[in-house]
Design a binder for this molecule. Structure first.
Ligand SMILES: [Zn+2]
Length: 156
C-alpha cells in the first residue's frame, strides 16, 4: 500500500470537525476504527452536522471526508466509496440511497454502466465506465513546438 492511496485521517472530535468543515456544506465521509475503515456515509445538506452526530455514536475513532458543491456530487462520492472502499473494506450493508426526488442513479452500479454504454448520448454525458484514453506521448508536444519554431524562423 502506497502513501498516495491512504486518505488523511482526522480524529473524530467536535472541535476538529468544526475547524475543518464549514456548516451547510454537503459531503461524504469514511469512519475508521483502529485504523480500519468501517463505514461510509454522506450528508446532502450539512456534512459537519452529520459528523458531529457520529461523535456521540462511537461508530468510529477517525474520519476522512470530501466536501461537495451539490447533494448529487455527495451521492456520487458516497457511491464511489461504497463500491471501492478504502483498503480493509467497510461494514455498510445497504447501497447508498439517492437524494430524495432526485431520480439519480449510482454511476458505479453495473446496471448504470451497461445502460450508458447502450446509449451513446448518455455515455457522453456520463463518461463513467468509458475506457480511459492513453495520454499523448510527450514527443508529440515537442514536435509541434519544433514546427512552430520553424514557422517563426521562416516568417522573420
Ligand atoms: Zn452503486
Amino acid at each position: 500500500m502506497t502513501a498516495l492511496a491512504t486518505p488523511r485521517l482526522y480524529k473524530l472530535r467536535p472541535w476538529l470537525i468544526r475547524a475543518l468543515i464549514p456548516e451547510g456544506v454537503p459531503g461524504s465521509y469514511v469512519l475508521y476504527r483502529q485504523g480500519v475503515p468501517v463505514y461510509v456515509g454522506r450528508s446532502d445538506t450539512d456534512l459537519q452536522r452529520r459528523l458531529l452526530a457520529h461523535t456521540a455514536s462511537m461508530r468510529g475513532e477517525y474520519f476522512s471526508f470530501s466536501t461537495c458543491t451539490h447533494a448529487l456530487n455527495a451521492f456520487s462520492s458516497e457511491c464511489a466509496l461504497y463500491h471501492a472502499p478504502p483498503p480493509g473494506g467497510i461494514e455498510n450493508k445497504v447501497h447508498p440511497a439517492a437524494p430524495p426526488q432526485s431520480g439519480a442513479l449510482c454511476p458505479f452500479c453495473p446496471g448504470t454502466i451497461a445502460a450508458s454504454r447502450g446509449n451513446r448520448l448518455q455515455a457522453l454525458a456520463h463518461p463513467v465506465g468509458l475506457s480511459i484514453q492513453e495520454p499523448r506521448p510527450p514527443h508529440d508536444v515537442e514536435d509541434t513546438r519544433q514546427q512552430d519554431n520553424r514557422q517563426q524562423g521562416s516568417a522573420s
